[in-house]
Design a binder for this molecule. Structure first.
Ligand code: ZN
Length: 275
């Protein structure tokens, strides 16, 4: 081995030891010696600390669900997506209009000046927040894959979901514009839900009933069509109201069926989703 190789090896060792020391110093300053120790021994503990998720919420996950969580977290991290956890039941949506709206979870890409973020509230029932995580992670996949459906969510330099909110809050648009906004939301959500079912299958998440999931997804996507007639968000999410989702079709529908909502479904929303 020549002198140059030897020097190179020393340099490499210094760099390696340096970066590991730096990482653990970082952990030590935040979580103390205990943080350093658990970090040395378990990826689960490391993940819990990095993410900031309550042990209560984390311990409820089974092996497959933990794997899913881990993969989503590291996909986000390695792609520069901020992973924001709230241990409460809701998390604030970082709207540029500063509306302070609280949601169960969200994903926003880097369009319109947002920092790409996956946000999730884990204070409620595991079954509910796990589905939100799955769904929002599929929006992240749409964004990461530069899907054309995802980019159709931009209309004249604005986000269709923001525009829909503006319309609901009283701003006037042409009829064709409102229809286009809603159709675009339906496209994005339908594609996202199909990806979600695929992910449930791939991760063998046996606690999630796939037929039930499609029904809940349908109740949610179709609600966008209902907004066209109601011009109002729900007070209670249709996918959390058994009387609503139980009566939904058990397979995904053609796009048009989410836009032209049948009267029987409109009546269900009226009866159960508004205070
Ligand atoms: Zn969505």
């Amino acid at each position: 081995m020549g002198q140059t190789d030897y020097n190179f090896l020393i340099l490499l060792t210094i760099l390696l030891v340096g970066s590991v020391a730096y990482l653990y110093w970082d952990i030590y300053t935040v979580h103390g010696i205990r943080g350093v120790i658990v970090n040395l021994f378990s990826w689960e503990e490391r993940l819990k600390i990095e993410v900031g998720i309550d042990s209560r919420a984390w311990n409820e996950l089974n092996k497959e669900e933990k794997n899913l969580f881990k993969d989503i977290y590291y996909t986000a991290k390695s792609n520069g997506v901020k992973f924001q956890i709230s241990n409460d039941e809701k998390i604030e949506y970082p709207s540029l209009n500063n509306t302070g709206m609280k949601v169960s979870g969200y994903f926003c890409g880097d369009e319109f000046g947002y920092e790409p973020t996956l946000g999730l509230a884990v204070g409620g029932y595991k079954h509910d927040w796990l589905l939100v995580l799955l769904h929002e992670s599929c929006h992240m996949d749409q964004w990461l894959g530069k899907s054309s459906i995802w980019s159709s969510g931009q209309m004249a330099g604005k986000d269709v979901y923001d525009m829909l909110d503006e319309w609901i809050n009283g701003r006037e648009f042409e009829k064709w514009e409102v229809e286009k906004i809603i159709k675009s939301c339906i496209d994005i959500e339908l594609d996202c839900e199909k990806r979600t079912i695929e992910k449930i299958r791939n991760y063998e998440l046996l606690n999630i009933d796939k037929v039930e999931y499609v029904q809940k997804a349908n109740s949610y996507i179709m609600f966008y069509g209902a907004i066209l007639k109601k011009r109002k968000w729900y007070d209670k999410a249709p996918y959390l109201e058994k009387n609503v989702w139980m009566r939904m079709p058990k397979a995904f529908l053609e796009k048009g069926n989410y836009f032209d909502v049948k009267l029987e479904y409109l009546e269900l929303y009226d009866q159960y989703c508004y205070n």
